[in-house]
Design a protein around this ligand. Structure first.
Ligand code: GLV
Ligand code: MN
Ligand code: MN
Length: 410
């Protein structure tokens, strides 16, 4: 026996309620990892998991798991579904929450229809997927998959010097379960596309074949502070100008390569005064490409250009790599199952790659993994304007239910 349907109204209502946690005046929500707002969203999720009858556990890195027991009584080999509930600044309501709450909706379908699966179902909410406050991103799933030790992850600090470990303790989510709590048989993540492809083509379901590589750096340029009105251009060691040259170079480099994307999302000058030549510029670089060879080539070009700028501007340039996640391919068998489930439901689908990073990309190190996408209106995400129609959200959850049912109720 398999569950027949899920409670659509409940899923949509929970997405709205979770989306109200951490509201911003701009109409978005901000729930950086291990902040008060993240704590509030976690409390809500844990309450919902318990209400539905899941056994809730929290591991050392604050990952939350809602467990639905299987016939065989073992956690290893469980089917895991999930995503994250932390957000970027001023985010939409769906990025991450959609996968977690759809996972919960699937578990609820099993419990309300009294279906006991052969293997357990674990609904996971991973800590710090976004990586806004603590780096690296996808930290909870990375630690789960053994890519970083719990100690190293918990020691990561934010801009104010507070550690993830102390912040998790403060909000009550420094758990005790080991990493990983179990080795799943497979991991499935349902997510909004966050890009324009499905919406543009009018396709209902994305069968995600893999995730492009994501490399991050912090670049620090150091020059000399000096008077803006008295220092001739030729005598300046202007960290701000040198940084601007590198930023422009990154865009030109990306433009000249078919699939490379380069983004400078943060920058700060010191001393940060209108009439002072900057002595220091610190900025971040987010570099992405589906091909590792292209990332390596871009890294080399950036190194050569920054060395040139350092020499010409008589400044120093230091590149610290924060993240080096290579491209990942998902499991072919799971992709077939997703495609088949979409076809059985009468939904149109297409295979595609993910431009955004996801916990599934870390989980693929540990077990068979795959993702399901639904369209994002206009391809907008990481913005309060992120939107997916309710009927689309339900279609994605129905595909997830079908795939999970097939896997754990064979
Ligand atoms: C995660 O949202 C990322 O792609 O940076
Ligand atoms: Mn996400
Ligand atoms: Mn995101």
């Amino acid at each position: 026996m398999r569950p027949a349907s899920l409670d659509e109204g409940k899923l949509l209502a929970q997405l709205r309620e979770m989306g109200a946690v951490g509201r911003t005046p701009e109409g978005g929500r901000t729930r950086h990892a291990a902040s008060d707002e993240d704590g509030e969203a976690r409390d809500l999720l844990v309450r919902w998991m318990r209400e539905v009858g899941l056994d809730v556990r929290v591991d050392r890195i604050g990952n939350i798991f809602g467990i639905l027991a299987g016939e065989n009584g073992r956690l290893d080999g469980a089917c895991m579904v999930g995503s994250h509930i932390d957000t970027v600044t001023n985010a939409g309501a769906l990025d991450g929450c959609y996968g977690v709450l759809s996972g919960l909706a699937v578990a609820r379908a099993f419990l309300t229809e009294g279906v006991r699966p052969k293997r357990p179902l674990i609904v996971a909410a991973f800590t710090n997927e976004e990586g806004v406050r603590f780096q690296p991103d996808m930290m909870g799933s990375l630690a789960f998959a053994g890519g970083i030790s719990a100690e190293e992850a918990l020691a990561a600090t934010d801009d104010e010097g507070r550690s993830l470990g102390s912040e998790l303790e403060r909000i009550g989510y420094a758990g005790e379960e080991p990493l990983p709590i179990a080795t799943p048989g497979e991991y499935l993540e349902l997510h909004v596309e966050q890009g324009p492809i499905l919406d543009g083509e009018g396709v209902q379901i994305g069968v995600v074949e893999g995730v492009q590589g994501i490399w991050w750096w912090r670049i620090t340029v150091r020059g000399t502070a000096n008077h803006a009105g008295t220092t001739p251009l030729a005598l300046r060691h202007d960290a701000g100008h040198a940084a601007a040259r590198i930023v422009t170079f990154l865009r030109e480099m990306a433009k000249a390569t078919p699939a490379t994307l380069a983004t400078v999302g943060t920058m700060a000058f010191r001393p940060g005064s209108i009439n002072v030549v900057p002595s220091e510029a610190v900025f971040t670089v987010d570099l992405r490409d589906p091909e590792r060879a292209c990332l390596l080539a871009a890294e080399e070009k950036i190194a050569v250009f920054t060395a040139r700028v350092a020499e010409e501007e008589e400044v120093s340039v230091v590149m610290d790599q924060l993240v080096r996640f290579d491209p990942v391919s998902f499991d072919g068998g799971l992709l077939d199952l997703i495609e088949q489930a979409a076809a059985e439901k009468g939904f149109s689908s297409r295979r595609m790659a993910s431009g955004a990073g996801h916990d599934a990309q870390m989980m693929a190190r540990l077990c068979r993994s795959a993702m399901i996408f639904v369209p994002s209106r206009g391809g907008v995400s990481h913005s309060p304007a992120e939107h997916t129609e309710d009927d689309q959200l339900i279609r994605g959850a129905e595909v997830l239910l079908r795939v999970v049912s097939r896997l754990i109720c064979p």
